[in-house]
Design a protein around this ligand. Structure first.
Ligand code: SF4
Ligand code: MG
Length: 324
């Protein structure tokens, strides 16, 4: 069957004083109905920019989709006008971010905000919307929502605020939920609870999730399929078992080696390999593999030609000159 979302050769550029930043440079992947797709990579790899391109929210700073397509249920969002995008954002694609405090209005009660979201999406009366808000808050496991609905965001813990944001994102019954580092600001126990919550809501709402994270541990726990991004490009794509059993791109291998192991003591931990160096500035880059300056296997060809993405096993794609 057709994927829910299909991104082809997407290029997103930002014009700055220093030059054009090629934040996303030829990215292709799709998301199937009902799956959780992990999009993983270091900060600056283009994963959030890809998400904001799907929502067509590249306004600040001014970014532009230079080429490519983003098909969502048959429509190309790149060609969809703002009026239609508004409807899609409020009814079909939900989004949650890393820091819920900044996305909630501090001067409105949680009940007002969640019920307003429900009213927008479903055209309910005020009273019906409050009832619906209460249901949504219990669905995201906020205990005794009737006692919390008149509280303000600062009266909630970070984890509880993220539950409120999830409730708002789901009030439109979306087909796709984009979660951009939804647990990064939370402590480890709460992280696990939020990831479990997203997983149970996924089946309840029969939706797909695009889970953006820099943490391979989160990917291992919570996704079915994974796209690994580096410097604006997809370097590897596989189902989660294949990716961890047989990582083929040197960058993916490095990410997996750098997962903190809690079964090692501190002295061993410090000896674990991490990827040295940092993500290149994405301005005025020529041909060649963008990981070459950090890659332990780099060859002369790596600096001359872009590696082409090849399928090495069903559903497993790698873009690296080591794969011939
Ligand atoms: Fe390393 Fe070359 Fe593969 Fe890039 S293409 S990851 S530099 S081996
Ligand atoms: Mg980001």
């Amino acid at each position: 069957t057709d994927p829910l979302l299909d991104i082809r050769d997407l290029r997103v550029y930002f014009d700055t004083d220093e030059g054009t930043v090629q934040s996303v440079d030829g990215v292709s992947f799709s998301i199937h109905r009902g799956e959780t797709l992990g999009v993983v990579g270091e900060s600056g790899c283009g994963k959030s920019v890809t998400a904001m391109s799907i929502m067509k929210l590249l306004a600040m700073p001014p970014g532009r989709i230079a080429s490519g397509s983003i098909h969502f249920e048959g429509r190309d969002l790149v060609k969809t006008d703002e009026a239609q995008m508004c409807k899609i954002r409020s009814r079909e694609i939900g989004m949650v971010f890393q820091e819920p405090m900044t996305s909630l209005n501090p001067v409105l009660t949680v009940g007002d905000q969640v019920s307003e979201a429900c009213r927008l999406h479903e055209g309910l009366t005020r009273k019906q919307a409050y009832q619906r808000a209460m249901e949504m808050l219990s669905l995201v496991n906020i205990p005794r929502p009737e006692t919390r609905i008149h509280d303000y965001p600062h009266q909630f813990s970070g984890g509880m605020r993220q539950r409120v944001m999830i409730a708002m994102a789901l009030s439109c019954n979306p087909k796709l939920l984009i979660a951009d580092e939804p647990t990064t600001a939370l402590d480890v126990t709460i992280q696990a609870q939020i990831l479990d919550l997203l997983d149970s809501l996924k089946s309840k709402f029969n939706m797909a999730i695009m889970l953006i994270t820099h943490a391979m541990g989160v990917v291992a726990e919570s996704t079915q399929r994974v796209v690994v991004m580096y410097a604006g490009r997809v370097v590897e794509e596989a189902n989660v078992q294949d990716l961890f059993a047989n990582p083929q791109h040197p960058y993916t291998q490095g990410l997996i080696r750098s997962i903190p192991r809690i079964d090692l003591d501190a002295s061993e931990k410090t000896r674990l390999s991490t990827i040295t160096g940092s993500v290149p500035k994405l301005i005025g880059l020529g041909a060649g593999c963008r990981f070459a300056p950090r890659c332990p296997h780099a060859m002369p060809v790596c600096k001359e030609a872009d590696p082409v993405s090849r399928e090495t096993a069903p559903g497993h794609r790698v873009a690296c000159h080591l794969i011939a």
